[in-house]
Design a protein around this ligand. Structure first.
Ligand code: NAD
Length: 305
């Protein structure tokens, strides 16, 4: 298999001044991409900010012979993101890859969480990804080429105590990916999600040191690089950590049909085990398939063809 290369491609990576984003930026630049290293340079909770984190990564890339520029746009601010994309277009004339990686944490149990902290986390992860993707979407559509990645998390996909804001945001990004995958397909825009687990300032202190040593950012970046490559899949949630790679898929059980006279909560309770039965479950490609399945079951029961 030939090496995955990005010569001639331009990539914007948000939150690339540290952690996973920095590792993604270094890897893409090493494989030939011109990279926009975006970072607000704030603390884990999103407060503060400085361009120096992004600039340090640019310096690292340039020292290795790569090409990169730093931009300190706050991903939630449409005017700052527009300026970042304009600068990229002026310098390199294209945007092929967008990695929505910027993120913050404001962990607390939901009982203790303020709505302000809930909104701030949704704002950076969901609105930040939407704002950046919106800013490059028409460029990618016109070029008939685009690779977009959302950074999700097992905290959203499966849940994690104390992260209701983060979980809502991270699963929201999976929904965003599902729809953009459908809308981007005809213009060769492939949209995926990454569910990473790695040693960064976000996980330090939460996971034992021995385990953290195995959880390198580079192991996650190997998966990310494939997700933005020429031969990338689309609509995949790739999970990566400590050298493990897996995919999250959402299935719907075949379920049951209840005729009108039996459509009662008691009957739903009575048949609940059957509703959950995984036999015949399927991963759907579009929401409409669920509606069609239910209509088909009802029509069959009614003897309608
Ligand atoms: P990190 O804190 O090292 O990196 C996040 C970066 O995003 C920081 O450099 C920060 O300055 C930047 N950022 C924050 N808000 C921004 C904004 N509004 N505009 C621009 N930049 C902003 O953490 P990380 O672990 O490398 O996280 C990267 C991504 O991976 C995040 O989306 C995070 O939620 C996700 N994630 C990480 C893990 C993990 O195990 N580390 C697990 C699941 C998901």
């Amino acid at each position: 298999m030939s090496d995955i290369r990005f010569d001639g491609r331009v990539a914007i990576i948000t939150g690339a001044g540290a952690g996973l984003g920095r590792s993604h930026a270094l890897a893409l630049a090493a494989r030939g991409a011109k990279v926009v290293v975006n970072d607000l340079g704030g603390a884990v909770d999103g407060t503060g900010g400085s361009i120096s984190a992004a600039q340090a990564v640019v310096n690292e890339i340039e020292a290795k012979g790569g090409e990169a520029i730093a931009h300190g746009a706050n991903v939630t601010k449409a005017d700052e993101v527009a300026d970042m994309v304009d600068s990229t277009m002026k310098k390199w004339g294209r945007v092929d890859i967008l990695v929505n990686n910027a993120g913050i944490l404001r962990d607390k149990s939901f009982a203790k969480m303020s709505l302000e902290d809930f909104r701030a986390v949704l704002d950076v992860h969901v609105m930040g990804a939407a704002t950046c993707t919106k800013a490059v979407w028409d460029i990618m559509r016109e070029a008939n080429y685009g690779r977009v990645v959302m950074t999700s998390s097992s905290s959203g996909i499966y849940g994690n105590f104390g992260q209701s804001n983060y979980g809502a945001a991270k699963m929201g990004l999976v929904g965003f990916m599902n729809v953009l995958h459908l809308e981007g397909a005809k213009n060769n825009i492939r949209v995926n999600a990454l569910s990473p687990t790695a040693r960064t300032r976000m996980t330090e202190g939460l996971i034992p040191e021995e385990a953290l040593k195995l959880m390198t950012v580079e192991s996650v970046t190997a998966g990310l690089v494939y997700l933005v490559s020429e031969d990338a899949p689309s609509r995949t949630v790739l999970c990566a950590g400590a050298g493990g790679y897996a995919a999250t898929r959402i299935y719907e059980t075949d379920g049951i049909f209840l005729p009108p006279a039996e459509q009662t909560p008691e009957n739903v309770a009575k048949h609940f085990a059957q509703i959950l039965d995984p036999k015949g479950q399927e991963p759907y490609e579009q929401g409409g398939q669920q509606t069609m399945k239910f209509i088909a079951k009802a029509a069959e029961a009614a003897g309608v063809k």
